[in-house]
Design a protein. Structure first.
Length: 116
């Protein structure tokens, strides 16, 4: 089992930046994938960004070029740098991890609101 705790959400104006951080309760070094998903009201949960064990990254089309995912295997954290935020980025952002046996873990989520 691994617990994931997100932090860094909040209210930001359009065009602004936020950095989300996800702290894992144990080593994420051997996790197959770690990353971020989001869910806006009335919509399905969607991929934001994910990073593999090998360090390969994949981003949702709507955030490419604006968001950057990074992973610290020593600190057991996965961060999401979000720049040029838009109102449509408003959602609850969830940290995600997939273990070596394909078991999945989710954080409780952190709210990001982009509004003027």
């Amino acid at each position: 089992q691994v617990q994931l705790v997100e932090s860094g959400g909040g209210l930001v104006q359009p065009g602004g930046s936020l950095r989300l951080s996800c702290a894992a309760s144990r080593s994420i070094f051997r996790m197959r994938h770690t990353g971020w998903y989001r869910q806006a009201p009335g919509k399905q949960r969607e991929l934001v960004a994910i990073i593999s064990y090998e360090g390969l990254t994949n981003y949702g089309d709507s955030v490419k070029g604006r968001f950057t995912i990074s992973r610290d295997n020593v600190g057991n954290t996965v961060d999401l740098q979000m720049n040029s935020l838009k109102p449509e980025d408003t959602a609850v952002y969830y940290c995600y991890a997939q273990g070596t046996s394909f078991n999945e873990y989710w954080g409780q989520g952190t709210q990001v609101t982009v509004a003027s």
